[in-house]
Design a protein around this ligand. Structure first.
Ligand code: SF4
Ligand code: SF4
Length: 196
């Protein structure tokens, strides 16, 4: 009986010897990531953001904090606001994507990263400067326009604000509430490309 059990165990081993492995030796090797993967670092385009706070209102966990002040560049009623605080408590995020779905200006995207583990929970809060300075590799989650273009967030280049919206970026030039350029070196580069 003992020998039979051993033979059965060996058969299982032999059967699996010929199978293609389903795991990889991370971090040397990585499995291909789906473009719609909802990763940990959000992608935010300040140029598109009006400070409307829809993303914060729709977050079921209330982990987005937005504080705005009137922008001196667009002070009239209905104009966009300056973002003083845009904090996302990513340690509590469940990556439902509702904040991204709620954003009317296509300026908030799920990220595509997954390697920002920290020792302390308080270090996991994303602040407005983190969002400003992060590399822009947006997930194609809830962004069919990106998916249709075949964009690969992990393999592709960072995208600027002109390339990610449903509408042409020129629409934002006329729309008083949808354009902010002061903080954008990328935008300056984009403007130069456009004028060439
Ligand atoms: S993904 Fe969901 S839980 Fe996370 S910040 Fe957005 S709405 Fe909140
Ligand atoms: S990210 Fe979108 S929803 Fe959030 S404040 Fe900016 S424009 Fe509004």
């Amino acid at each position: 009986m003992y020998g039979l059990a051993m033979a059965k165990g060996l058969m299982v081993t032999l059967k699996n010897l010929t199978k293609k492995p389903t795991t990889v030796q991370y971090p040397e090797e990585r499995v291909k990531q789906h473009p719609r993967f909802r990763g940990e670092e959000f992608v935010w385009y300040e140029e598109r953001c009006t400070g409307c706070a829809s993303c914060a209102k729709y977050c079921p966990l209330g982990i987005i904090k937005i504080v705005t002040s009137p922008s001196e560049t667009a002070p009239k009623q209905g104009d966009k606001y300056r973002l003083e605080v845009f904090d996302i408590e990513i340690q509590r995020c469940m990556f439902c994507g509702l904040c991204v779905e709620a954003c009317p200006y296509d300026c908030l995207f799920m990220g595509s990263g997954f390697e920002q583990g920290k020792y302390s929970r308080k270090d996991m809060v994303l602040h407005v400067e983190d969002l400003r300075q992060a590399d822009k590799h947006p997930s194609t989650f809830f962004r069919p326009q990106l998916e249709a273009s075949g964009y690969d967030p992990r393999g592709g280049r960072p995208l600027n604000w002109r390339e990610v919206g449903r509408e042409s970026w020129r629409w934002h030039q006329q729309e008083k509430s949808g354009l902010r350029l002061e903080h954008s070196p990328v935008d300056t580069a984009g403007s130069q490309q456009e004028s060439n």
